[in-house]
Design a protein around this ligand. Structure first.
Ligand code: FES
Length: 161
């Protein structure tokens, strides 16, 4: 990954500072097209300058960073948007605001952790996907009976709920 040119941020920088699109791209590493998309999806917000240029409050950098983290963890953008919808849009979120987000996120992450743990345990066994290709399938999913209960890896999904 190419490192951005070193930028000097004044010590008086504040979360309320306005950053240009180019500054947000440089700081986050996220291309402008993705930022436009996040904006359309209501994940981030921009103001407009007198010349109609996008200006982002510095505190939007945190949202963009968390979107990137969520993507790495496989969390859907719709779920991130639902969580972000609880944050204020007219000021930098407070510690309490982020605590609330953290609680929602924790539930989501715990669900994912359970899913990964179950996958680790079941990867060499039957996950209930309908393939009937593992020795355990005949016992745990005879004749793909689990197909009547759902789509995809039914055993894995059910164990993770
Ligand atoms: S692993 Fe696919 S049905 Fe058992």
């Amino acid at each position: 990954m190419q490192m951005p040119a070193e930028r000097s941020v004044p010590e008086s920088a504040s979360p309320e500072d306005r950053l240009t699109l180019g500054e947000v791209v440089a700081r986050t590493g996220v291309p402008a097209s993705a930022l436009y998309f996040y904006e359309r999806e209501g994940l981030i917000f921009a103001e407009r300058s007198a010349g109609n240029q996008r200006l982002y409050r510095r505190y939007m950098l945190r949202r963009v960073a968390l979107i990137l983290v969520a993507k790495r963890l496989g969390i859907r953008l719709g779920d991130v948007a639902a969580i972000f919808a609880t944050l204020p849009t007219d000021r930098a979120p407070s510690h309490l605001d982020w605590e609330r987000v953290s609680r929602s996120w924790k539930r989501e992450l715990e669900g994912r952790r359970r899913y990964i743990e179950n996958l680790e345990h079941q990867l060499v066994g039957c996950i209930g996907c309908g393939c009937l290709s593992m020795r355990a399938c005949g016992l745990l999913n005879p004749g793909d009976g689990l197909g009547k209960r759902g789509q995809g890896p039914v055993r894995l999904d059910e164990a993770s709920r």
